[in-house]
Design a protein around this ligand. Structure first.
Ligand SMILES: [Zn+2]
Length: 224
C-alpha cells in the first residue's frame, strides 16, 4: 500500500475532494462529509456545517482513532462516529466519502440496497451494496448499523439518508462513490420500466472484484 499522507497532505486532499464532489454533483452545500487517514493514525475530516466551495485546509479537523479532536479550531463533522467506526472495522480503508447523492438516497428511502446488476459495481464495490437499518444521523447507532450492513463491501447505504463509501485512497473512494451512484440510478431506471432485472451471481461477482483489486485498481493508482 502507498505511504500514509502527512497531516498537511490529508488536509489538502480533503479540500480538493470537496471541490470534486460538487463538480460531480455528489454533494450540495455542506451536506456529506469526507475523511482520510494520515500519519500517526490520525483522521483528517471535514468540519461540521461548512460548504465545500470555500473550505480552507485549516478548516479540516484532525481526530484520533477514538474521535477526539487533536488539531483544528472547527467542530468536526457530525458523522465523525461513522468515520471512526469504518476505519476501525475496515483495516484497508484510507479514505471515506459520505454523500447524499440523489439515486443512492432514493434507494435508501425505500430501505433497498444497490443490487449487483452491472459489472462495474461488483468489480469496484465487491457485490450488492446493502442498506443499513435506520438510525438517527450522527449517532453511534448509525455507525454500528452501517458497519454491520457493510459485510466486506466498500460501500453501504444509510436508510432514509444517503451513502457511505471507503477506498484504499481518496481517489479510490471517489470511484466507489461514482459507481455506486451510477448503479443506483440504473437500478431505479430498471424498477421504473417494470422489466425483469437479472442480478449477477455472487460467485462471479467475487471473481470480478478480486481481479479488479489485483489489477485494475493498481493501474488506476499508477502502481502497476
Ligand atoms: Zn449525511
Amino acid at each position: 500500500m502507498e505511504k500514509l499522507l502527512t497531516k498537511e497532505q490529508g488536509r489538502a486532499a480533503i479540500v480538493k475532494m470537496g471541490h470534486k464532489l460538487i463538480e460531480k454533483h455528489l454533494v450540495a452545500g455542506s451536506w456529506g462529509n469526507i475523511s482520510c487517514l494520515t500519519e500517526n493514525g490520525l483522521i483528517a475530516i471535514t468540519p461540521s456545517g461548512r460548504g465545500y466551495e470555500n473550505l480552507q485546509t485549516e478548516d479540516v479537523v484532525l481526530l484520533d482513532k477514538a474521535g477526539s479532536v487533536v488539531e483544528g479550531e472547527r467542530i468536526p463533522s457530525s458523522e465523525s462516529k461513522l468515520h471512526t467506526a469504518i476505519y476501525a472495522a475496515c483495516p484497508e480503508a484510507r479514505a471515506i466519502i459520505h454523500t447524499h447523492s440523489i439515486y443512492a438516497s432514493a434507494l435508501s428511502a425505500m430501505h433497498q440496497g444497490v443490487p449487483a446488476i452491472i459489472e462495474d459495481i461488483v468489480q469496484i464495490c465487491g457485490g450488492r451494496v446493502n442498506c443499513a437499518e435506520y438510525a438517527i444521523c450522527g449517532t453511534q447507532d448509525l455507525a454500528d448499523a452501517a458497519v454491520k450492513a457493510m459485510q466486506g463491501k466498500k460501500a453501504v447505504l444509510l436508510a432514509n439518508h444517503g451513502a457511505v463509501c471507503w477506498g484504499k485512497s481518496m481517489e479510490d473512494a471517489l470511484i466507489v462513490a461514482e459507481v455506486l451512484e451510477k448503479a443506483a440510478q440504473i437500478a431505479i431506471i430498471c424498477q421504473s420500466s417494470g422489466g425483469k432485472v437479472y442480478e449477477l451471481d455472487a460467485e462471479d461477482s467475487t471473481i470480478m472484484h478480486n481481479f479488479y483489486e489485483a489489477h485494475y485498481s493498481k493501474r488506476q493508482m499508477g502502481e502497476e
